[in-house]
Design a protein around this ligand. Structure first.
Ligand SMILES: C[S@@+](CC[C@H](N)C(=O)[O-])C[C@H]1O[C@@H](n2cnc3c(N)ncnc32)[C@H](O)[C@@H]1O
Length: 362
């Protein structure tokens, strides 16, 4: 048996990240004396010191540095392994309609980038706050909201380890330092009650079979008077010129397919009532319409083609397999959606952004 246990590696890694034993104990939900006990136990087993205290600072000894570096690698590998097993087991993952392909990664980034101003001009949280981003995917929204709130800290979680890995790379590439990623399920968050100051959720509730349970879990980890911000689409808000029966059918096919999986592609219009039923207060919903015509070439490309039509294209094979629509209808529907971006067309879609508060005392 090894003298070094995973809990020791996690301890050292956390101390390194948060700087003090007190903060590390809080982060690991341990008392400070339990944490010191574990450290002493490890030092006794290895017959060496791991840290020196120099002017109230913890400084790694050479043995401590070895432990820290090897431990980091082992913990990362464990996280990837747990994620893979999680994905094999999780029904939720199987139910996620858009899947986790490279095309979907590109689409999520196009979506976030093309409409960032419309969705995020007011995505601001106060200095020093801790924000949970639930269902961060490949970090497409994280890349926008984290630098806008450089004095806040983000914990961004998702059920998909492959998405988390992509998100980590994207955030490192942009040199964004205020985000920590973690594999976690919205329905069973590994955080204590009231842990976060704010919660942010974007394009996630529409995919869940039990959005109300998710909201209750998010409310649990939110502190009193903390806020939740939710952004969701509503495919029923889609209209365009030139109009096309098959394009409308193709959009409806996506709505039906999502419904079959237990989701709701028209959830945007329901944000107020579900937040209210989940017990949130001071709910404000603001519709964010994306309107595109020839004067907005970046949206013709980024939104109509690369976000919306790419999404319908992405589900077309499954809609066919489920006999929701036939081949001619979906193919010509997709062609007609593209046509709205080919000169002379227009396109409208409405997202809904809701902000609400958890008030323990009304
Ligand atoms: C459409 S993507 C949105 C990603 C990101 N918020 C964005 O806007 O680019 C939905 C994400 O929700 C995640 N998700 C679905 N069910 C989840 C659950 N139960 N817990 C955590 N994440 C979940 C999926 O893995 C996926 O990454």
């Amino acid at each position: 048996m090894s003298f070094i246990e995973i809990k020791h590696l996690r301890l050292i890694d956390t101390i390194e990240r948060v700087g003090t034993l007190k903060n590390a104990a809080e982060r690991l939900y341990l008392t400070q004396s339990a944490l010191s006990h574990q450290l002493k136990e490890l030092e006794a087993r290895l017959e060496t010191r791991i840290f020196h205290r120099i002017k109230n600072k913890l400084v790694f000894t050479p043995a401590g540095k070895e432990l820290r570096d090897a431990g980091k690698e082992i913990l990362e590998r464990l996280e990837v392994l747990e994620g893979k097993i999680h994905e094999i087991n999780k029904d939720n993952i199987k139910d996620y309609i858009h899947g986790y392909s490279d095309e979907e990664t590109i689409r999520l980034n196009d979506q976030a980038g093309s409409i960032s101003e419309i969705l995020h001009w007011d995505s601001k949280w106060e200095e020093g706050s801790l924000v949970l981003e639930a269902g961060c995917g490949v970090g497409a929204q994280t890349k926008i909201i984290a630098p806008m709130n450089s004095r806040a800290s983000f914990v961004s979680v998702d059920l998909s380890s492959s998405s988390i890995e992509k998100a980590k790379v994207a955030i490192a590439k942009e040199d964004i330092g205020n985000v920590r990623f973690q594999l976690a399920d919205i329905f069973e968050l590994p955080y204590k009650d009231g842990h976060f100051d704010h919660v942010f959720v974007c394009f996630v509730l529409e995919h869940l079979t039990r959005p109300m349970d998710a909201l209750k879990e998010l409310k649990r980890v939110l502190r009193s008077n903390g806020t939740i911000t939710i952004i969701e689409g509503d495919h029923g808000s889609t209209y365009f010129h030139p109009d096309s029966k098959n394009a409308r059918k193709a959009v409806e096919a996506q709505v039906m397919l999502q419904e079959k999986r237990g989701g709701n592609a028209n959830i945007g219009r329901e944000l107020y009532p579900i937040l209210s039923d989940a017990g949130f207060n001071s709910i404000k919903v603001s519709p964010r319409q994306v309107y595109v015509d020839d004067s907005k070439p970046e949206l013709l490309e980024g939104f109509i083609r690369n976000t919306f039509t790419a999404m319908i294209k992405g589900i077309s094979e499954e809609a066919l397999a489920q006999k929701i629509i036939d081949r001619d209808e979906i193919d010509s529907g997709i062609e007609d959606l593209y046509r709205t971006s080919n000169g002379g067309g227009t396109f409208c879609y409405t997202f809904f952004k809701a902000k609400a508060t958890k008030n323990l005392v009304p």
